[in-house]
Design a binder for this molecule. Structure first.
Ligand code: ADP
Ligand code: MG
Length: 358
């Protein structure tokens, strides 16, 4: 029982100031052993500062960081059981895979035979072929290099691995592949991963839980499912990607009115005591054409743009009555007969919209 109740990595009131500027503000957070926790936030929101304090490259101005109950604040970086994995897959380019993986052990003075044995274990754990050992890292593929970088980090035998936007410089396809690989590796190693990205989409793919940062604060912590379905405010809802967002006020039970455009919409539920805030409607819940006919919320509009998004098509539709622009998405194979310039119905179910107070 005590094992479950002893938190793994805990931050209590962690704050970092640079002069008058507060980069990280009063963070209270508990990260579980073995989870893949991702900090997501726009550039400048304090993500790197958080990690720098956790690995010991920087000191909090106030607050406490604890690992399994032990205060980390004063522990020097090289004595912490944490490891910063890589930035842009920064391996030693002119060394072999084996030399890269053995780096930490060589520094620690481990003898060559033992080093090699451990390196081979790590290569096997990361499903890298043994003949990789003597290859130059430049001969390895992107996926292999990620695994080598992880093998090198795991050789330090850290309790926690930190990743600061490792994939952000890579092209789209490689990034997508490596996101999934990283999730697999996380599962295989069973280590605690703390990952940073500015892309909520990337975080959604791989994380057990996500913490959303804004202006040095954590605004929401939850599973990808919770963040997607129950964003706490408009910032989180919009951070996810393109959404329809309207400033609204309550005008009756489960009924809101657009402050700018004046029209009213049925909603599934409203936060207790809701008077005004935002109505969020994801493009993919909005139906277009015949499919919109049975929907309780319906608007007539003109299609003025369409974009192929791969499996989906996105339409921009301007309301015929007030000019309000809407985003609508449908799957390629959902029937829709319309074209640009057509007047169409769009509509959605009240329970598919989200009402937020802030
Ligand atoms: P992120 O990683 O989310 O992009 P950072 O943690 O790097 O954000 O930075 C958070 C804020 O703190 C930024 O406004 C940045 O300019 C500021 N900052 C970071 N490091 C320093 C520093 N050494 N001195 C002054 N300001 C800093
Ligand atoms: Mg950063």
């Amino acid at each position: 029982m005590s094992e479950e109740t002893t938190p793994f990595l805990e931050l209590a009131g962690v704050t970092k100031k640079y002069g008058d500027f507060t980069a990280v503000s009063d963070i209270n957070l508990s990260i579980r052993e073995g989870e893949l926790f991702t900090l997501v936030g726009p550039s400048g929101s304090g993500k790197t500062t958080m990690i720098r304090m956790l690995v010991g490259m920087d000191q909090p101005t106030s607050g406490e960081m604890r690992l399994k109950g032990r205060v980390l604040n004063k522990v020097p970086a090289n004595k912490r059981p944490t490891c910063m994995v890589f930035q842009s897959l920064a391996l030693f380019p002119h060394k072999s895979v084996g030399e890269n993986v053995e780096f930490a052990m060589k520094i620690a003075g481990v003898d060559p035979a033992r080093r090699r044995q451990r390196a081979e274990e790590l290569l096997a754990q990361l499903r890298l072929p043994l003949d990789c050992y003597d290859k130059g890292v430049n001969q390895c593929s992107g996926g292999e290099r990620q695994r080598i970088a992880l093998a090198r980090a795991l050789a330090f035998n850290p309790e926690i691995l930190f990743f600061d936007e490792p994939l952000s410089a890579l092209d789209f396809r490689l990034r997508k592949a490596l996101e999934k690989e990283l999730k697999d590796i996380h599962r295989e190693t069973g280590k605690t991963f703390v990952y940073i990205t500015h892309s909520l989409e990337e975080a959604m793919v791989m994380s057990d839980r996500i913490g959303i940062m804004r202006d040095g604060r954590i605004v929401q912590v939850g599973t990808p499912h919770e963040i997607y379905n129950k964003p706490i405010n408009e910032f989180v809802a919009k951070f996810m990607g393109e959404v329809n967002s309207l400033e609204v006020e309550a005008v009756g039970e489960n009924m809101v009115k657009s402050k700018v455009y004046g029209d009213t919409y049925h909603v599934g539920t409203m936060p207790a005591g809701f008077t005004a805030g935002f109505l969020i409607i994801r493009p993919e819940v909005v139906k277009i054409g015949k499919a919109a006919a049975p929907m309780p919320n319906r608007i007539q509009g003109v299609v003025f743009n369409d974009y192929a998004l791969g499996s989906r098509i996105q339409y921009q539709v301007r309301s015929a009555t007030n000019g309000d622009p809407w985003l609508v998405e449908r799957l390629q194979d959902e029937a829709y007969e319309g074209q640009l310039g057509d007047t169409v119905d769009i509509g959605w179910r009240p329970e598919d919209s989200i009402v937020l107070s802030e």
